[in-house]
Write a protein that binds this ligand. Structure first.
Ligand SMILES: [Zn+2]
Length: 366
C-alpha cells in the first residue's frame, strides 16, 4: 500500500490487478477489487486503517475482466463501470463461477475461499464520460476502449493521476485477446494528451506517460506486420505462426510463462487480423496478391509510418525488431500465474470470429 498523493492510495501487491483508493471528505472511492477473497478482505482492512469507518461511496471497475471485478462483493457499495462492462458481466453466471473456481485447481485454499463467490454487476453505467464530484475531489471516468470494448480510465485532473487499468502495460506483453488495436492506439494518444504525472497501470509497477510510447510502438508493429501478411495473402493461421516468434522477445518473458505468452500473442494477432479483415482499412488490401510475388513497393509502403506516428516512434519500433535480448526481471508479472487455460485459441480455424460475449474467451488475470 502506498500513498501517491494526499489521500490517494494504491496497492500493487494483490493478485489479479492493482487497486486504488481515493479518499474524499464524503467517503471513499475504490478502483477495481482484488479477485482473491482473503485479499479483498485485507484490502478492506487497510482501507479501514487509513480512513476509519468512512463510507465507501463507489467501486469503479476499469473493465469487466475477472481480475478486476471478482472482489466487488466485499465492499457494499454501488459499482460503476462502462455500459458494455455491464453487458459482458451479464453473462457471468454459474458456469463462469465454476470456471473461476476450476482455474485454481492447484490452489485448493483459494478454491475453498471462492465457494462464496457472488458476482456483483455494475448498477451505475455510462457511455463516454462521467464526472464524480465528491468531498472536494473530481474523479473523471473516460471510456477509451482498446484493451476491451468496455475499458475506461480514471483521471484525477487536480492531482494529474491516471488510473489506466489495462490500457497501459509497462515492459510486458499487453493482453489483446479482446482488443481493438486501432482504438487502443487512440486511447494511448488520448492519455498522452492528458499529461499525467503518475500512471497506475492495471498490472505491474507505477509508471509515467513514457510507458505509453513503447506500447504504442508494439501495437503499431503488430498491425503493420499483420497488414503486410494480409497483403501477401496469408491466412490467419499463417499470419500468426509466422509472426509470433518475432513478437515474443519484445518484452521480457520468463521461461515458464513463454507458452502462455505465445498463445496470448497468437490471440492478439488473430484479433488484429480480424480487425483488418472487417475494417474499411482492408479495402486497400488486394486479397488476390500472390504471396510469393509481392512487389517491392508494397513492402516499402508498409514501412511508412502509419497512424500519425512520429519518427521517434518509428525508431522505437526499429529498436524493438532488432533487440531480441530485452529481459527485465521484476515483479510485474505477479498474479499472472492465473492461467488462461480456458482462453480459446482459434488458430485452427481461420475463419472463426472471436465472440466478444463469449465468456470462455475472457482472460483470468487481466
Ligand atoms: Zn483487462
Amino acid at each position: 500500500m502506498q500513498e501517491i498523493a494526499p489521500g490517494v492510495y494504491v496497492n500493487l501487491d494483490f493478485r489479479g490487478c492493482n487497486v486504488g483508493l481515493i479518499e474524499t471528505a464524503d467517503g471513499n472511492i475504490l478502483i477495481d477489487t482484488p479477485m482473491i477473497p482473503s485479499e479483498s478482505r485485507r484490502w478492506l482492512e487497510y482501507i479501514r486503517q487509513i480512513t476509519g469507518n468512512k463510507k465507501i461511496l463507489y467501486v469503479i471497475n476499469t473493465d469487466h475482466h475477472r481480475g478486476h471485478v471478482l472482489g466487488n462483493q466485499y465492499y457494499d457499495a454501488p459499482v460503476i463501470a462502462h455500459d458494455l462492462a455491464w453487458k459482458n458481466m451479464r453473462g457471468y453466471g454459474a458456469n463462469f463461477c465454476q470456471r473461476v473456481v476450476d482455474s485454481f485447481k492447484r490452489e485448493p485454499k483459494i478454491q475453498a475461499e471462492l465457494a462464496d463467490l457472488r458476482i456483483v454487476r455494475p448498477t451505475i453505467t455510462f457511455d463516454t464520460r462521467m464526472d464524480i464530484e465528491h468531498g472536494g475531489r473530481t474523479v473523471r471516468l473516460i471510456h477509451v476502449g482498446g484493451h476491451t470494448e468496455a475499458t475506461i480510465v480514471i483521471w484525477m485532473p487536480e492531482e494529474k493521476i491516471l488510473f489506466a487499468g489495462d490500457t497501459v502495460w509497462w515492459d510486458q506483453h499487453p493482453y489483446m485477446a479482446q482488443a481493438n488495436s486501432k482504438q487502443w492506439l487512440d486511447a494511448l494518444r488520448q492519455i498522452r494528451k492528458l499529461h499525467p504525472q503518475i500512471i497506475v497501470p492495471g498490472h505491474g509497477p507505477l509508471t509515467t506517460v513514457e510507458a505509453t510510447e513503447p506500447l504504442s510502438a508494439y501495437i503499431r508493429f503488430v498491425r503493420r506486420q499483420v497488414r503486410i501478411r494480409i497483403r501477401r495473402g496469408y491466412s490467419k493461421q499463417e499470419t500468426a505462426s509466422s509472426l509470433v516468434k518475432t513478437l515474443v522477445p519484445m518484452f521480457s518473458v520468463t521461461p515458464e510463462r513463454r507458452g502462455k505468452i505465445e498463445s496470448q500473442i497468437k490471440q492478439a494477432i488473430n484479433r488484429v487480423y480480424n480487425e483488418y479483415k472487417k475494417d474499411a482499412e482492408a479495402d486497400d488490401i488486394d486479397e488476390d496478391v500472390d504471396k510469393d510475388a509481392v512487389p517491392e513497393e508494397v513492402e516499402a509502403v508498409d514501412q511508412e509510418v502509419e497512424d500519425g506516428a512520429t519518427e521517434d516512434e518509428a525508431r522505437i519500433e526499429e529498436e524493438f525488431s532488432e533487440d531480441d535480448s530485452r529481459s527485465v526481471d521484476d515483479d510485474s508479472h505477479r498474479g499472472d500465474e492465473f492461467n488462461d487455460e480456458d482462453d480459446d485459441d482459434d488458430d485452427e480455424d481461420d475463419d472463426e470470429d472471436e465472440d466478444e460475449d463469449d465468456i470462455d474467451s475472457e482472460e483470468i488475470d487481466d
